[in-house]
Structures are given as C-alpha cells and as structure tokens.
Design a protein around this ligand. Sequence first.
Ligand code: MN
Ligand code: MN
Length: 411
Amino acid sequence: MKFEKLTRRHFMAFAAGSSVALAIGKASSHESNFNNSPFSKILHQHDPGQRDPIRDKSNPDLIYPPCTDNGTLPNLRFSFSDAHIRHSTGGWTRQITQRELGVASTIAGVNMRLNKGGIRELHWHKESEWAYMLYGKARITALDSNGYWFIDDVDVGDLWYFPSGIPHSIQGLDPDGCEFLLAFDDGKFDEDSTFLLSDWFKHIPIEVLAKNFRITVDVFKNLPSPEKEYIFAGKIPDNSISSVLSMRGKKSKLIFSHKMLKQKPFSMPGGKVRITDSSIFYISKNIAAALVEVQPHAMRELHWHPNTDEWQYYLEGEGRMGVFASSGQARTFNFRAGDVGYIPFAMGHYIENTSNKTLRFLELFKSEYYADISLNQWLANTPSYLVSQHLHLENSFMNSLQIEKQPVVKK
Ligand code: MN
Ligand code: MN
C-alpha cells in the first residue's frame, strides 16, 4: 500500500536525521559532519536546490512531516535566536510578539538580561507582566494601588506578577546579574511602549515638576535622556534586603512573587508537572502556568485546553509538537531551548521529547486558572460500549484507558 510505504520511508528518514543530529551535537566540525550525513544525502536527493543545512537539521518534522500531517496551519513556532536584540549599558532585551509570531494574539514574550547592577528602569504598562527567572538573581520592587511598597529578591525558578498599571523595577544582583522570561497578557504588547519614569520627567515642563514636588526648578536642569535609561548600568544594592525593609511607608499585603520550582511537583513515570495559577499565586489573575518536565522519549500526553490559547517557552532539551486543528488539519513542529510555541484555543496536541536529555518547557495561558482535557481520561470516563463503537479498536485498547490523568506518559 502506498500509504504504508510512505510512512516507513518517512520514519526512516526522520530516525536517521535524529541520530545524526545527536551525534552532531557533540562533534566540533558539525557542519561538515552534517553535509556527509545520511540525512543530508536524503535531503539533497529531495531538494537539490538551495538549502540552509543548519535549519534543515532543526526541522526534521517540517521537511519530512509525519504522513498524518495535512492541510495548512499557521506557523506555531518562533525562536528568540531570530529576534532583534536591543543592547543597553545594563543588559539587553528581545521580544516575540504578534509581530514576530502572527498567531500569538493572547500573550507576548520578552527575554531580558540584566548585568550585575543593571537596572530595568522604574516603569509601568497597560498589560499585566508575568515572569520566570531563568538565571542568576534579581531584586524587584513595586508599589500597590494603596500606596504600599513591595520588594523581594528572586532566584532561578521564581516568578513575579505585576498587574496592569502597577509600577515596578528589576535589578540584576551579585554575582552575575540575571536573565528572565516575561509574558504579557496581550500579543500586541511592545516593550518600546512602556511608561518610563525618565520619559515622563523629560516631557513635563520643569515648572510643573517643581510645583508637583514642591521644590525649586534648578533641581530638574540635568535630567537624563530616556534613550540612555530603559536598561542602564547601576550600583549593586547593599546585599541584605533587610536594610531596605526598614523603609518608610507600609509594606504591601500583596505578594507579587512566587517560588514555582519550590512547589512539590506532580510526578509520574516519564516526567513531572508543576501548576501555578491564581489558586496558589493569588495575584496572578491573568496568567496561569504549568512547568512540564518530560524524560527522554516520554511525551506530554494528547490533550487540549478548554479555556484559551497556549503560549510556550522551551527551557531545555528538544522535542516535537503535533497539533490537530479539526477539519482534517494537522502539523508537526520541532522545538529546542529558546523557542516559543503557540497552540490556538481548543486544538488537540502532544509534545514528545525526541532527544536523550530532559525536555523542560513552560505552558502559559491568559487565564486565572489552569485547565486541560486529557484524551485518555475522557475516553476512560465515557461508557465503554459507546467508545468501542467509534474507533473499532480491540478490548486491549479499552482496558488500557486511564481513569486518572497522566499529563506525561512513557511507554
Ligand atoms: Mn514591566
Ligand atoms: Mn497543552
């Protein structure tokens, strides 16, 4: 049968590609190895014209799609490596918004590095800001709408959340600053359109400033250029936070940070899942998150989300995601650390670890709660006489169904 033949050929091509890709990861002259690899030779026969071998190697499931893929789906992946970096004296920043990844209407992402002492200037914005610390240490500050202050030091795996309009700052601490991922609850967000302290000061007549702060106009004669602020090199604060805690004013009763990695994970054969939404991180009313760890060759099971779109960030490892869009449409995308993925509302999907290392990624939702529907659990909790008449599968399938949800599965 033609269909079967295609399946096997495609599978073999993919398998060859995968093992070669793994070997290449360790080799020093990886491009020449790749050009001599079986995967490259198969590619050359198929596509003798212009090719980018580095990109081809990262996209086996686009180049040799599983034969179950069909129809047109929008692009569901964008890499931070393809995003413009804005460099400053105190660090750098880059963003993946709806402008980069057209389908991503609900959430926009920013990846930011603050050097030791580097300050993301005091600012606010219309969108709510959710963050995951990727590296190092940072100090965050905010003011709530009662006029009470918040300050905390955050570490790898910690979150923060600033509701829309709440003013805040971030600073990289000893010994090497920090790097973090930000998610904003609007795909059209632009990090260039935040409300900056220096920008406002520069656009108020100094007589008005003098009146507002009840001080002389001379004080405001040397205001810095907002271009130079945004992210700027600053002085490392006194290392102890306790000295700051004796500040005047009142400490906010709201908690803007959360230790996600310290949460006890839901563990199962093949992986772990941590879920953080407003049921435990009360302030995070507009972003719900799951941190998923998938062991080599295990898989985030077939499922979908009944509330909204999913925005993903890949923290570690490699995998592939298959998405089913109804009407016979399905497509498979390959992912690696630093990629952003997106799944439009209600589309069925799985994420399979395709490497021999742990795959870790974040699932984010513009929602106050996390929710998913497991295909397996659905069928297990539907009368078996009904299910068995649908798929023409043997009793062994009916017996394999799991009443309890297993977000990650391993054969
Ligand atoms: Mn912000
Ligand atoms: Mn999902």
